[in-house]
Design a protein around this ligand. Sequence first.
Ligand SMILES: C[S@@+](CC[C@H](N)C(=O)[O-])C[C@H]1O[C@@H](n2cnc3c(N)ncnc32)[C@H](O)[C@@H]1O
Length: 257
Amino acid sequence: MDTDTPMEAEFDAMPGWTADAVASLGAGYAVPAACRGSASPAALTWLASRCRLEAGTRLVDVGGGMGGPAAHAREEHGVRPLLVDPMPGACRAARRMFGIPAVVGTGAQLPVVSARADAAWCVGVLCTTAEKAAVLDEIHRVLVPGARLGLFVLVADGGDGHGADVEGAPEGNDFPTRDELARLLDDARFRLVESVDLADLPGPPRSWQDRIARVDALVEARHGHEAAWQCTREQEERLSRLLGTGRLTGVLLCAET
Ligand SMILES: C[S@@+](CC[C@H](N)C(=O)[O-])C[C@H]1O[C@@H](n2cnc3c(N)ncnc32)[C@H](O)[C@@H]1O
């Protein structure tokens, strides 16, 4: 499969391959393999509790990707999720693996009526788009007053100045600094409730890591020769190098309208 950009390779082609691998391995592999943001149940539990998710909560997952986080929230808390993502392949994979309603669209122009959502998530998305202010404005618009937004963001911590300039960053990524993120939330009229560094929470359990590794191995066996797979691997390696040097840090945040 040919794709035009690294983002399309990672977020459009890979989801279909992941859903194929899950179909071969079993449904128990779906949630771990489809969490591409934080990839950690402890992080999702932190976001769910801070966003006060409960049965029936209308949760909009902006940039929801293949739907792993939204499916986890539905399984654990009984929320009613709606996923929005610009990549058709991601939306198809979310519908196929989890039956979650998934709409192709950008966070900067959400296909959602104003004041309709009880909570929103935006997990690993703000660092992949330059449209941060527009995305946050739109999320504010669709939330009911007093509702909460859960975020996972990779922030540039290493003193490079603006995150978009981080050397060796995966293409298409645009990492805000912590200060920029705080300003963006403030400008969009969100009040920061709480934040925590991902590193301060327990990592994914062995069972999650094993399931992710099995899916990754099957996708590699089937598609490792394709340009989109090689491009995605290159992007992931760049990201883990930066995380290893401490120039990027994963941060979870909860903010209220
Ligand atoms: C790292 S993935 C995270 C996916 C998912 N939230 C998760 O945690 O598994 C980033 C996602 O953001 C989406 N994305 C990129 N730009 C976006 C935008 N402007 N609005 C909404 N989603 C966007 C990508 O298509 C991709 O699915």
